[in-house]
Design a protein around this ligand. Structure first.
Ligand code: NDP
Length: 449
């Protein structure tokens, strides 16, 4: 959709002027504001209360130094961040990314998206995101622990179970959450649900590890069913081989699909017999190794250097589960040419704006990240419920709740799209449904927010 609404145009122009260097944040803001045009036209009270100006500005941004000592005794310095974007419907909630590429633009894009995603889950959680340019890859357990403890020593001042509840993201798995949780507990002398993604037995929820990948497949399955299709017999390509990708592979396979390729940032594996997710899980979660080593365990598989080439493999369904902007216009065109008919975004913002336009023009079924990968944060909110009530639900209980939440999100996104005359456009529908709930809370709470 072209941006024609004057109010939306002026808000975007202001953002571009104020933050010209924040390209990922501007990309996320453009995508959301574009689809909100019919809403601001139908609801003039939103402009009067400057809702778009306020929702695109974080309530608080914290930046800090993280010093730690490496195994050689050398002092290392990283930058730490927490963007507390919006608390209109609940405490800030969103992951912590540990990756050398982390900067304020990336965290603002992730925090901004998180507002709408969290709202879509139907649970009372606001939006935030944080992390550091620290790279856990290649570091010893001791180094990772010292970094996490130093990071939490500062972050602790700004978070709490009713204020801001961080979780994992790229580079932050169970190990890192454990070290951070231990340090928070030591500093505060309290055992509370201040982080999610905790280990079972330390306040963690069963099925949280699987939740984002499973949730993605539940959402895509729902989208397929509404379009007279299923996963059965379909060839699926999944990028990445981390937390989201591994469990998307498991669930897609359980639903009858054949996952024929997975990747990491070095290259990709093709296995025409279907990727063995247990082998992949061992390689990534236990050995912390590269996908290339899959060749050692499974005969007949093939490895190719370079991660982008994965989108040249002909498939029916593409599930990008690695990182932002991994599908550009060219990759999208190749997918369409190869007759890929559905895309489900497991990663945050994995498709560029140009790639999305290619998919929309070709009529590809498109499950946008905000809706399709919301299962992780939804299950984090279920972990918060269990922590507050001091009880634990079974795997099946959590999985059933997750499945129902993903079906609800699908309904919300598709009915919002229909209400504003864009039937079938789940991207616009997810943005609108997520936005309206937060905007209504902001209107109700007055303009100090
Ligand atoms: P992990 O760190 O567990 O895994 C990330 C995977 O993506 C790794 O296989 C990594 O490979 C690969 N990757 C990273 N950068 C690139 C790149 N430039 N090109 C190709 N592959 C790359 O992260 P998660 O699985 O947790 O997160 C993946 C995505 O899903 C992110 O966008 C995250 O924000 C999003 N997400 C995660 C949720 C969660 O619950 N974990 C919830 C909602 C969204 P390598 O090892 O080589 O770096």
């Amino acid at each position: 959709m072209a941006i024609t609404n004057k109010y939306v145009k002026s808000v975007l122009a202001d953002l571009k002027k104020r933050y010209p260097e924040q390209k990922e944040f501007l990309q996320a803001a453009t995508e959301v504001l574009d689809s909100l045009q019919p809403v601001v036209e139908a609801r003039p009270e939103l402009q009067k209360a400057a809702i778009l100006e306020r929702i695109t500005e974080p309530e608080r941004t914290i930046m800090f130094r993280v010093s730690w000592v490496d195994d050689k005794g050398k002092v290392q310095v990283n930058r730490g961040y927490r963007v507390q974007f919006n608390s209109a419907i609940g405490p800030y909630k969103g992951g912590l990314r540990l990756h050398p590429s982390v900067n304020l633009s990336i965290l603002k894009f992730l925090g901004f998206e998180q507002i709408f995603k969290n709202s879509l889950t139907t649970l009372p959680i606001g939006g935030g995101k944080g992390g550091s340019d620290f790279d856990p890859k290649g570091k010893s357990d001791g180094e990772v622990m010292r970094f996490c403890q130093s990071f939490m020593t500062e972050l602790e001042k700004h978070i709490g179970p009713d204020t801001d509840v961080p979780a994992g993201d790229i580079g932050t798995g169970g190990r890192e959450i454990g070290y951070m949780f231990g340090q928070y507990k030591r500093l505060r002398n309290e055992f509370t649900g201040v982080l999610t993604g905790k280990a079972i037995g330390s306040g963690g929820s069963l099925a949280r590890t699987e939740a984002t990948g499973y949730g993605l497949c539940y959402f895509v399955d729902e989208m397929l069913k509404h379009n007279k299709s299923t996963f059965k017999g379909k060839k699926v390509v999944i990028s990445g081989s981390g937390n989201v990708a591994i469990y998307a592979c498991q669930k897609a396979t359980q639903l009858g699909a054949k996952v024929i390729a997975m990747s990491d940032s070095n290259g990709y594996i093709e296995d025409d017999n279907g990727i063995d997710y247990k082998v992949m899980q061992q390689i990534k979660e236990v050995k912390r190794d590269r996908v290339e080593t899959y060749l050692k365990y499974v005969k007949g598989a093939k490895y190719t250097e370079g991660s982008r080439g994965i989108w040249t493999i002909p498939c029916d369904i593409a599930l990008p589960c690695a990182t932002q902007n991994e599908i550009d216009e060219e990759s999208a065109k190749i997918l369409v040419k190869n007759k890929c008919f559905a895309v489900g975004e497991g990663a945050n913002m994995p498709s560029t704006l140009e790639a999305i336009a290619v998919f929309q023009k070709a009529g590809v079924l498109f499950a946008p990240a905000k809706a399709a990968n919301a299962g992780g944060v939804a299950t984090s909110a279920l972990e918060m419920c269990q922590n507050s009530a001091r009880l634990s639900w079974t795997f099946e209980e959590v999985d059933t709740k997750l499945h129902n939440i993903m079906i609800e999100i699908y309904k919300e996104a598709s009915s919002a799209a229909e209400k504003y005359g864009m039937k079938g456009n789940l991207l616009a529908g997810a943005n609108i449904a997520g936005f309206e709930k937060v905007a209504n809370a902001m209107l109700w709470q007055g303009i100090c927010y």
